[in-house]
Design a protein around this ligand. Structure first.
Ligand code: SF4
Length: 280
């Protein structure tokens, strides 16, 4: 039976992007190909905030400190926190999902498969999970991805089949390409061919996390590269999370920058609603 290494599994309200406000089960897989240590830092500097946390003293996700710089889901990929993410069978994951759904089974809730980067090797396990008897009523899935991982031929075919008897937009790829504010390099982060492949299977939108005018200009440049490669979906700008004092653009200015370009604005509802705590 297939297994997945799961960092978090929780029920909440989607706080970002196209399905903002929709009740959703979040399945956070372990592992990421990036570190994104530049978030919240002055240009060119990388955060080491997570390195200062004594990982050995932490036994549960709920006890993890929140960070205001770098990746806010650091424990879903940093090997020092690997012990917090159990390897679970798809049977046990499907059971746990039903346990946290308000009616004990799927109704109109959405499944968000997130990370880390959820399209790394776990692609091989999703077909078993999504085909599980308890997962059959599920109507809509979003993969929250950094947009760098191609779909395997097997997984792509499986998703096409999964979608066949469902609504047109049953499958969404929420792609958050990492601009230089993340600390990752352009050549490794902006991969238009990958997004074009997702578009063959589902609905794709781009969601750029920005902190300054310079980031917005980079988002424009990246969007043009994606469009040149055939990208057709909408573009969202979302303010960077964490402390606001180091940003030149606040939420209102991010909204204005989006409006100016005919793009969409995405809030981060989990911050005002739940203080961005783990499990929200
Ligand atoms: S891609 Fe996402 S999960 Fe991975 S390090 Fe960056 S922000 Fe964190």
């Amino acid at each position: 039976m297939s297994k997945l290494k799961i960092s978090e599994l929780f029920y909440s309200i989607q706080g970002e992007g196209r399905y903002i406000g929709v009740p959703s089960v979040f399945l956070r897989t372990y592992g990421c190909n990036f570190k994104c240590s530049g978030f919240g830092m002055p240009k060119g500097e990388l955060s080491d905030e997570r390195n200062k946390i004594d990982a050995s003293s932490i036994t549960e996700y709920k006890n993890l400190p929140l960070v205001s710089t770098g990746c806010d889901s650091y424990a879903s990929w940093d090997p020092r926190f690997k012990h917090l993410s159990p390897v679970l069978s798809v049977d046990s994951i499907a059971d746990s999902i039903c346990d946290i759904l308000p009616h004990g089974r799927w109704m109109d809730e959405h499944l968000v498969i997130t990370g880390g980067e959820p399209l790394l090797g776990w692609q091989r396990s999703y077909p078993d999970l999504l085909s599980h008897e308890k997962m059959k009523p599920l109507k809509e899935i979003t993969f929250e991805t950094n947009g760098t991982q191609m779909l395997s031929d097997e997984f792509k075919s499986y998703l096409q089949e999964w979608k066949r008897n469902r609504e047109k937009n049953a499958l969404t790829f929420s792609v958050s390409p990492k601009l230089s504010v993340s600390g990752e390099s352009w050549n490794e982060a902006i991969l238009p061919n990958v997004i074009r492949q997702y578009q063959d299977v589902g609905f794709v939108y781009l969601k750029f996390v920005v902190a300054s005018e310079e980031d917005v200009l980079e988002a424009e440049k990246a969007t043009q590269e994606y469009k040149n490669c055939g990208f057709k979906g909408p573009v969202y700008l979302m303010p960077v999370g964490g402390v606001e004092s180091v940003y030149t653009l606040n939420a209102k200015n991010v909204a204005l920058a989006a409006m100016k370009r005919g793009w969409r604005y995405s809030d981060r509802l989990q911050v005002p609603l739940f203080k961005n705590e783990w499990g929200t």
